[in-house]
Design a protein around this ligand. Structure first.
Ligand SMILES: Nc1ncnc2c1ncn2[C@@H]1O[C@H](COP(=O)(O)OP(=O)(O)OP(=O)(O)O)[C@@H](O)[C@H]1O
Length: 685
């Protein structure tokens, strides 16, 4: 710290001398403000151009840092205006070292330093490592991704799709039970979504949990396939999700919905029930960032539906759009209010920015009302136009949850949190609701916490449940040569484990995943539900942390270690880790523990990792002090993972309220790029 202060106090030589800037960046790395990677990029810039101005080096290091925080670029103006927010560091840290340097830099000076350097090329020119686009500084690769996404979406927006003459009639038939509240008929937004998506080559359907995203899209696919089949040209449809877990969940719900569709068997047969992961769809190539499918080898499909789109990062979206044939439709489903992807970008949030207010052009609104027979008179809607809000004409927000209707505590709590209404959220938690519970820890109340985590409360289960299923339903030794009995048991244990999940905001510290995992395993051991809590033991639940293509396991897949008969010598019991295959057919993958190199115990899971999953009972544990990761989106995502019961565990009540007031902010230029790309598409006719 003292070295760093001296560097700054001597009239900031870092601002005029590149070696001093490198030394300063090095000291920030020492302080933990920058990563090795960030400083290495600044050094690389000096290697490429020994005359690099100090402000370019600063820009390079901070652009790289921003990527680590999920931003696509460094927004120079935002960073200078409010270094704490602009750089995503803890706003309560008043002694932010970069702030003292940044307050001595003017935006004009920074821009002119960057403009003079060959390393920060303008948008179109060359292959410089950095791109300066207006007041945003990018690493070129990410600027390229953003441009690809913007151009590909802009190219699809004007392509209106022809609809069969019977479309409106079939729509009424498929959506025959509109939502109601207190006996009053509500607008059937699902029907409107279906109409909007049917006429577009690109559409976005957003909505909270249980608002009917899947239902709408299954019915849409039925209508499209029915018409295509009548025309003698069935559509090649694919369904995908960003993670194996999300794909498995969607496969399950789509399977049931397709089976119930009031359409002919021939149409039903041509609607896929298995959802694949985006990595599998694109064909991951091990150890590279590249995929088998790309612009030169596009996917063979006519319609692609991607669910849980909030989890798609910018790079994946660029690769996906690149591989999508120009003629194919793309329908993105997701909840815009959930946490953004772990990697850089906040695509769904960015793309759905206008969703609440609709901003439909008058002629589109008229068409939607005519075709759907619904009146779009929601007070939140605002008039718009295709010129001013081109993307809004392809976006629809579903507004009524079928799962969390009226009196549901989880639904009300999620809504209050989403609206940033902390007082209401607290009141909802305080009022008696069968599906909500608060556990307030005073000091170290290990016993109350352990009891909740092991036994749950009332009908809400805890972790003891899956271990009881494991012990009580284990097949007898006489069935050692009957694999089906053991596979059935393994499926039951996996299903029982999904009944409850503890979510943490943090990874480290006493309130983090790592500490809680140790504590829970110890408590289960003490209760006699486990034989060991060290190394590999029967009952250990693990999550895969890195894709393993050889084993067919993807990051986020969850398995449980179980003693099973050895396949070659059934009389011998061996420890294996059993994973669901996520193939929609209840298949299992059985793996030797020693082959799993990247797994971690998963009694506790971060909220980030829980995206795309749902649990009957979900408990969210908040730390006792505010932390940069604690935001409204994190709390909302945690609450909406719960299907039937939600428990909030807190040791300092104000943290919940404070977190709700803070939003995830991710800098990107996607909407500007989209605006430019749309204007260019229109100009090109
Ligand atoms: N129009 C409808 N008529 C009858 N039931 C419906 C309708 N829409 C949705 N549901 C039911 O509500 C539940 C949630 O619907 P769905 O799974 O389509 O919502 P979702 O938005 O995709 O949910 P998730 O948040 O899990 O992704 C399901 O049980 C579904 O069968």
């Amino acid at each position: 710290m003292s070295q760093q202060l001296s560097l700054l106090s001597a009239h900031d030589p870092a601002l005029h001398d590149r070696q001093a800037m490198l030394a300063l960046l090095g000291s920030w790395q020492g302080e933990g403000w920058l990563r090795v990677l960030d400083v290495a990029l600044a050094r690389f810039c000096v290697e490429l151009d020994p005359h690099s101005p100090p402000l370019l080096l600063l820009g390079a290091a901070l652009s790289s840092l921003q990527l680590g925080h999920g931003h696509v670029c460094l927004d120079l103006a935002a960073c200078l205006a409010e270094p704490g927010l602009g750089l995503s560091v803890n706003p309560s840290a008043s002694t932010l070292p970069p702030a003292r340097l940044l307050q001595q830099i003017s935006l004009d000076d920074w821009l002119s330093s960057l403009q003079q350097s060959p390393l920060a090329g303008t948008a179109e020119a060359g292959n410089s490592p950095l791109v300066l686009d207006g007041q945003r500084l990018y690493l070129r690769r990410y600027w390229n991704y953003e441009q690809t996404v913007a151009e590909q979406i802009a190219a699809r927006l004007p392509r209106q799709q022809a609809l069969p003459a019977t479309f409106s009639m079939r729509l009424q038939e498929l959506f025959s039970s509109p939502p109601e509240q207190h006996g009053k008929r509500l607008c059937d937004w699902q029907k409107v979504a279906c109409a909007l998506a049917a006429r577009s080559a690109f559409s976005l359907i957003t909505g909270g949990p249980g608002t009917g995203k899947t239902t709408s899209v299954v019915r849409l696919l039925a209508l499209l396939q029915e018409a295509a089949l009548q025309a003698g040209q069935p559509l090649r449809i694919q369904l995908a999700a960003p993670t194996g877990k999300a794909a498995a969940r969607l496969s399950e719900s789509i399977g049931a919905q397709v089976a119930a569709l009031p359409v002919s068997e021939a149409v039903r047969e041509l609607i896929p029930r298995v959802v694949t992961t985006l990595h599998r769809l694109l064909g991951s190539l091990p150890d590279t960032r590249h995929f088998r499918h790309h612009a030169g080898n596009p996917l063979a499909l006519d319609v692609l539906v991607v669910d849980e789109a909030s989890m798609i990062d910018l790079e994946m979206m660029a690769c996906l759009l690149d591989a999508l044939p120009a003629t194919a439709r793309l329908i993105l489903l997701g909840d815009k209010d959930q946490l953004a992807s772990v990697e850089a970008g906040a695509l769904l949030g960015d793309l759905c920015r206008d969703a609440e207010h609709g901003y439909y052009a008058a002629d589109l609104q008229h068409w939607l009302e005519q075709v759907s027979g619904e009146r779009l008179d929601d007070p939140q809607l605002r008039p718009g136009s295709a010129q001013a809000q081109p993307l809004a004409q392809h976006t629809l927000m579903l507004r009524h949850s079928r799962r969390f209707a009226g009196h549901s505590g989880i639904g009300q709590l999620a809504r209050a949190v989403n609206q940033g209404n902390a007082a209401d959220a607290r009141q909802i938690l305080a009022s008696p609701a069968a599906d909500l519970q608060v556990l307030r820890l005073h000091g170290s109340q290990q016993q109350a916490l352990a009891q909740l985590l092991l036994d749950g409360h009332g009908a809400a289960l805890g972790y003891a449940h899956y271990l009881q299923v494991m012990q009580q339903q284990r097949p007898s030794v006489e069935t050692a040569d009957q694999p089906s009995a053991w596979l059935h048991w393994a499926r039951q244990v996996l299903a029982a484990f999904e009944q409850f999940q503890l979510l943490c905001a943090l990874r480290q510290g006493p309130w983090g995943v790592e500490g809680l995992n140790t504590q829970i395993a110890a408590a289960l051991l003490q209760r006699g539900l486990l034989d060991s809590d060290q190394g590999w033991y029967e009952g250990r639940p693990v999550m895969v942390t890195r894709n393993d293509y050889n084993l067919g396991l993807m990051n986020g897949d969850i398995g449980i270690a179980l003693c099973m008969p050895d396949s070659t010598t059934p009389s011998r019991q061996v420890l294996r880790v059993v994973f669901p295959r996520n193939d929609g057919q209840q298949g299992l993958r059985i793996v030797l523990p020693s082959r799993l190199s990247a797994v971690e115990t998963v009694y506790a899971m971060t909220v980030h990792k829980s995206q795309g999953s749902e649990f009957a009972h979900c408990a969210l544990l908040l730390p006792d002090t505010l932390n940069p990761v604690l935001t409204r989106e994190l709390i909302y995502t945690g609450i909406t993972r719960a299907r039937e019961h939600f428990t909030l565990i807190e040791s300092h009540p104000a943290v919940f309220e404070q977190a709700i007031q803070r939003r995830v902010q991710r800098h990107s230029g996607l909407l500007d790029a989209l605006r430019q790309a749309t204007a260019a598409t229109i100009a090109a006719g």
